[in-house]
Design a protein around this ligand. Structure first.
Ligand code: FAD
Ligand code: FES
Ligand code: MG
Length: 303
């Protein structure tokens, strides 16, 4: 019932705001790319002109975009936004057809449509000491979390992880914002050798205490973080990344089981209590279209 109410509210908001409807149903070539930059191999940052989205965006929210008229709809976190210039910034990893198509565009090109901001903003308040953990491209969201947490007076310990040093993202930016930054790489090329969850475990075993842990990254990483904090009883929030299509609670693609109940990550989340999530179901659902995705990649890019 609660979910239905939220869906109704989201749709009403869209319909009540003529400017948003105009943005969504606008003619092709509406959203101009202002900048495209490679941050690390296969990871890019794109700045797009989207004034209405920039004027409403909050930490934790995302957009759903479609690169061209043949493209599928796919979600990306709003990494940064500039209300006065009407710009939003997204960071994405080129993993398949849609993200690669986006990555081939350059300043002056356009994407066909963008809907947002979607999802609930992160609940930010003064928690005390917060560990913020980002793995891979999930670091984009970490940055917005840290910025908002610092604005509310929290002591923020950031744990930043990647497979290898060259894939570490936003280290300088996070060092500027956070009270402490700890690095982990799977291959030991920089910082702690191992996973972010193992580094968190080490800090806890050394006696560090956190009032809240927030994590975003690959599903196995978020599950591992949840298992590390569970015995300590530390509240742990993760941002889920199930497959999304409409982003308004209508299609059911993003359903996840949380505390035994079915939730739609796009309207009920994307952030949830990590100790309540059925991660196995989430991993299975993310693999649902793997064969089709591989086929599409072969057809379009000959990979
Ligand atoms: P494909 O080959 O089609 O898919 C590769 C894998 O990506 C799939 O196996 C599946 O796990 C996932 N995926 C595919 N389609 C979707 C979809 N429609 N929705 C969600 N996942 C999908 N990635 C980033 O790089 N940066 C971000 O900031 C970011 N933010 C996200 C925020 C949310 C709320 C969600 C749900 C996902 C986010 N993602 C982000 C993941 C991103 O949406 C997928 O990497 C992208 O859709 C892959 O599309 P593709 O066609 O390039 O690859
Ligand atoms: Fe369709 Fe969430 S993406 S219900
Ligand atoms: Mg795809």
């Amino acid at each position: 019932m609660e979910t239905r109410k939220k869906i109704y509210n989201v749709i009403s908001e869209f319909l009540d705001n003529p400017q948003i409807v105009k943005e969504v149903s606008s003619t092709p070539k509406r959203f101009e790319i202002v900048d495209m930059k490679e941050l690390a191999p296969g990871i890019k940052r794109v700045v797009i002109r989207a004034p209405l989205i920039a004027s409403k965006a909050k930490a934790g929210q995302f957009v759903i975009l479609r690169v061209d008229e043949y493209g599928e709809r796919f979600p990306l976190t709003i990494f940064d936004w500039n209300k006065s210039e009407g710009l939003i910034t997204l960071i994405f990893q080129e993993v398949g057809v849609s993200t690669r198509k986006l990555g081939m565009l350059k300043a002056g090109d356009y994407v066909m449509d963008i809907v947002g901001p979607l999802g609930n903003p992160t609940e930010i308040k003064n928690y005390g000491t917060v560990a913020v953990i980002g793995g891979g491209v999930g670091t984009a969201l970490t940055y917005t979390w840290v910025r908002a947490l610092k604005a509310h007076g929290n002591y923020v310990v950031t744990i930043l992880g990647a497979r290898t040093e060259s894939l570490l993202l936003l280290e300088d930016e996070l060092r500027r914002l956070s009270d402490e930054v700890h690095i982990s790489t799977d291959d030991g090329s920089k910082g702690f050798k191992g996973f972010t969850s193992e580094l968190l475990k080490k800090l806890l075993e050394e006696g560090r205490r956190f009032d809240l842990v927030m994590a975003v990254g690959p599903v196995p990483m978020m599950r591992a973080v949840a298992e590390v904090t569970r015995p300590y009883g530390i509240k742990t929030i993760v941002s889920l990344n199930p497959i999304m299509v409409d982003g308004t609670g209508m299609c059911g693609a993003c359903r996840v089981k949380v505390g035994g109940e079915i939730k739609f990550a796009c309207v009920d989340g994307p952030e949830f209590d990590a100790h309540q999530i059925d991660f196995n179901q989430l991993m299975n659902r993310l693999r649902f279209y793997r064969d089709e995705e591989m086929k599409a990649l072969k057809t379009k890019f000959n990979d």
